[in-house]
Design a protein. Structure first.
Length: 178
């Protein structure tokens, strides 16, 4: 019975990821308003998208590529501020305890970069940027992407073809666009 339920759950995760991925958000579209969490598992927050903001979607906290990609955004934080960026959001389909621990691990002395838990995957699903990572990470996860948002709209979006790589979503690539 357990194997039947596991198989059904995997099929549902895969089908959901496939359906959502077909409708990826495009430049010019409004950033959907969906509840996410930051620091407190009992409190929902919304991404503040007034002005210019960076939304970096990553497959998972503590994963090798994510843990090597995000530190450059932390190091470049002041450069982003100089270019008029209000906030940098790192969004992962992980629970808030994991994203909090990851932030502390990557920036033990603190950072202005905000680590966001999309624990149910609702935000990245609404962007159409979910993929089935069941075999590796246990369920649907965020594709690796970066959105430059201007007043709540997508000004620019880059999505990695291979989620295990950080090329078009690397901090130096995004800074060069601003």
């Amino acid at each position: 019975m357990a194997s039947i339920l596991t198989g059904a759950a995997r099929a549902a995760h895969s089908a959901a990821a496939t359906v959502v991925s077909a409708a990826q958000i495009q430049a010019g579209a409004d950033i959907p308003v969906k509840p996410v969490k930051e620091d407190d598992p009992a409190k929902h927050v919304q991404l503040g998208l007034v002005g210019k903001n960076i939304i970096l979607g990553v497959p998972g906290a503590f994963t090798p590529t994510c843990s090597s990609q995000v530190p450059q955004y932390i190091a470049d934080y002041d450069k982003y501020k100089e270019k008029g960026v209000n906030d940098i959001y790192v969004v992962a389909v992980n629970d808030v305890y994991v994203t909090k621990a990851w932030k502390k691990h990557l920036a033990s002395s603190g950072t202005g970069v905000r680590f966001i838990s999309d624990d149910k995957g609702e935000f990245v699903s609404s962007l159409g940027l979910v993929f089935d990572a069941t075999e590796l990470l246990g369920g649907p996860r965020s594709k690796r992407f970066v959105i430059v948002a201007q007043d709540g709209k997508v000004a620019f979006i880059a999505i990695e073809e291979d989620v295990s790589q950080s090329t078009v979503t690397a901090s130096n690539k995004v800074l060069a666009l601003l």
